[in-house]
Design a protein around this ligand. Structure first.
Ligand SMILES: Nc1ncnc2c1ncn2[C@@H]1O[C@H](COP(=O)(O)OP(=O)(O)OP(=O)(O)O)[C@@H](O)[C@H]1O
Length: 272
């Protein structure tokens, strides 16, 4: 169980995250939605400790993760792998090496310097690529792959950390609808294995289609926390504001008007 307890983050005068409290049981698939600037990325980055909390605490299975230092912090960061909108691959390295880089944290630094990976690591990377259905690309340079394939490589790299949770910051924001669907399907499949997935999403149709729990943020605060069914138009107005509603629902403005190929539990979808 991840516990976020009255957490705030300030940047100068700006309160990016304001008194957020959430309990997220292991294995949940959570979508965080809200307008640009609502505080979604900052919240995710604080979970992973890419950013520190200004006040409040975070805990996972009884360990105060918001206060970890040194080796314990690195171990926590392995437990909660992050993926990003821009994939963050090394473009002129082959796919399999990019995936193996997921093991860098926690290895002998000398082996890292020499760029040496064991047979076991290579096998694990290939298995991760197979799981994401992109093993045939293993020897290609990452930059030759489509955006959707690159994001799947990033997910495979995250899996190399054997994480308890995956934190995905707008993972489909730069993808076309077909690739967005493949990536969301991949995240859902990984979640079905018991890995918690917490993903920031700009639009609520994708969150509704894939996430069993949706957290809505506005101006740094949680203004909604519930199931897709509970996310009514009135609630959406609170999250996005009256002028933001169109953006939240509009298929023209988003690449995320998609529905899953198959859904593990019966959740509502507004997609056609
Ligand atoms: N490093 C930083 N320095 C100063 N201000 C920041 C920093 N990071 C975030 N902010 C501010 O905090 C607020 C929340 O930003 P955040 O990126 O968390 O929002 P978001 O909901 O993820 O938005 P987006 O969907 O555009 O990424 C914004 O006003 C942003 O400008």
């Amino acid at each position: 169980m991840l516990r976020i307890m009255n957490v705030s983050r300030r940047f100068g005068d700006k309160l990016a995250v304001n008194g957020v409290s959430l309990d997220i049981p292991q294995g949940q698939m959570v979508g965080i939605i809200g307008r640009s600037g609502a505080g979604k990325s900052t919240l995710l980055r604080m979970i992973n400790r890419l950013a520190d909390v200004s006040s409040g605490h975070m805990e996972c299975d009884g360990v105060r993760t918001s206060e970890l230092r040194g080796q314990a912090l690195r171990s926590w960061q392995r437990d909660c792998a992050m993926i990003f909108q821009q994939f963050n691959l090394v473009p002129r390295l082959d796919v399999i090496t990019n995936v193996m880089l997921g093991r860098l944290n926690g290895r002998n630094p000398l082996l890292n310097l020499l760029g040496l990976f064991s047979g076991d690591e290579q096998l694990a990377a290939l298995k991760a690529l197979e799981r994401l259905d992109i093993a045939p690309t293993a020897m290609q340079w990452a930059q030759t792959l489509s955006g959707g394939q690159q994001q799947r490589v990033a997910i495979a790299r995250a899996l190399m950390q054997n994480p308890k949770m995956i934190l995905a910051d707008e993972p489909i924001a730069s993808l076309d609808p077909r690739n967005a669907q493949i990536v969301m399907d991949s995240l859902r499949d990984i979640n079905a294995d018991g890995i918690t997935v917490i993903t920031n999403l700009h639009t609520l149709d994708t969150a509704r289609a894939y996430c069993e729990r949706i957290v809505g943020m506005a101006a740094g605060k949680v203004v909604f926390d519930g199931t897709p069914d509970e996310l009514t138009t009135d609630v959406a107005r609170t999250i996005y504001g009256a002028d933001g509603l169109k953006e939240a629902f509009s298929e023209a403005l988003t690449s995320t008007s998609i529905s899953p190929l198959s859904i593990k539990s019966p959740v509502a979808s507004t997609a056609p």
